[in-house]
Design a protein around this ligand. Structure first.
Ligand SMILES: Cc1cc2nc3c(=O)[nH]c(=O)nc-3n(C[C@H](O)[C@H](O)[C@H](O)COP(=O)(O)OP(=O)(O)OC[C@H]3O[C@@H](n4cnc5c(N)ncnc54)[C@H](O)[C@@H]3O)c2cc1C
Length: 277
């Protein structure tokens, strides 16, 4: 880019272009974050299996089960949506026109990834399940448990204190989104149409919670990587720190906009005549 007006400048690989780097980092941060989310959820399932085998107290097992249940719509709903969107808008795009052809596997990944947003309950259904069953019916216990853990991490300082602070803000925004929707749920006992304000925002909430959980897991990895920036595989660890910082700076600020949109919801979309669509 710095020599773009010089006709004699040599050709460069596409990784030299800022927008390609942006796209690669978006893909890296989300895919590493989502992989971490799947493994974190699997670790909860392992803890349940080991707890059962070791005679863990029933209330502790129940609490782990509820956490696993809470995480499942995030893994399925958030994971499949982000994978499908990113494969199409970023990964295939990185290949340019050849990404559209069958010379590369990308076009098939895009088609294959789409089904994950549909079967076993579409994303909208995952969003409804997440709010009504995994939060309201659970009386907020599982979301409260994981939020306290994330909140303690956000205030734990250290070398990534600034990023953790930004993460803590996003966590608070998500907390506000949840309490606003819980308020609508309570109000719906008096006025049933208040439920629409929830239904219009459950997918938004699911995606925002997914982003916050991913940011937490990326920052946890980055914290470990910070201590290994000088040794063997230093580029690998630098990539971990860069991905976490990128996600915090470029994704989390959108959650404030989501919170504002959700709070401003008046439900009027439900009054619009079908013919107007
Ligand atoms: C390749 C493939 C394999 C499959 N394999 C199996 C299988 O092995 N076993 C099996 O049982 N099923 C299987 N299915 C079915 C699959 O589970 C359903 O397609 C899926 O659950 C979506 O249901 P639907 O197609 O009836 O869509 P619909 O329920 O009609 O949904 C249409 C749209 O409306 C939205 N929507 C519907 N209800 C609501 C609501 N209450 N609130 C908000 N939005 C809503 C949906 O999100 C979606 O966007 C398969 C489907 C495919 C495509």
């Amino acid at each position: 880019m710095t020599t773009m007006t010089d006709k004699s400048s040599p050709r460069v690989r596409i990784i030299s272009h800022p927008d390609v780097r942006r796209s690669l980092m978006v893909q890296k941060a989300y895919s590493e974050g989502m992989r971490a989310l799947v493994l974190y959820t699997a670790s909860i399932q392992d803890a349940i299996a080991m707890g059962r085998a070791d005679g863990m107290a029933e209330d502790e097992l129940k609490s782990l089960d509820a956490l696993n249940d809470l995480l499942l719509p995030i893994v399925k709903g958030y994971g499949s949506e982000k994978s499908w969107v990113l494969l199409g808008t970023e990964s295939l795009q990185t290949f340019g026109g050849s990404g559209f052809t069958m010379d590369w596997p990308l076009e098939q990944y895009v088609r294959d990834a789409k089904i994950d947003t549909l079967y076993e309950g579409t994303t909208a259904i995952q969003g409804l399940d997440f709010f009504f069953r995994k939060i309201v019916k659970d009386q907020g216990k599982a979301i409260g448990k994981i939020s306290s853990e994330m909140s303690a991490f956000a205030t734990s300082g250290g070398l990534l204190a600034e990023e953790k602070q930004a993460f803590g803000k996003a966590l608070q925004e998500v907390g506000t989104m949840i309490s606003t929707l819980v308020g609508h749920a309570m109000a719906s006992q008096e006025k049933v149409t208040e439920l629409y304000k929830i239904g219009l925002n459950t997918s938004r909430l699911l995606m925002a919670v997914g982003d916050v959980v991913i940011a937490w897991l990326l920052l946890r990895q980055a914290e470990i990587a910070m201590g290994r920036l000088d040794g063997k595989d230093k580029e690998f660890y630098a990539g971990k720190v860069a991905a976490a910082k990128y996600f915090v700076a470029h994704v989390l600020p959108h959650i404030t906009a989501d919170r504002k949109i959700l709070e401003a919801e008046d439900g009027s979309l439900m009054d619009l005549a079908e013919a107007s669509f």
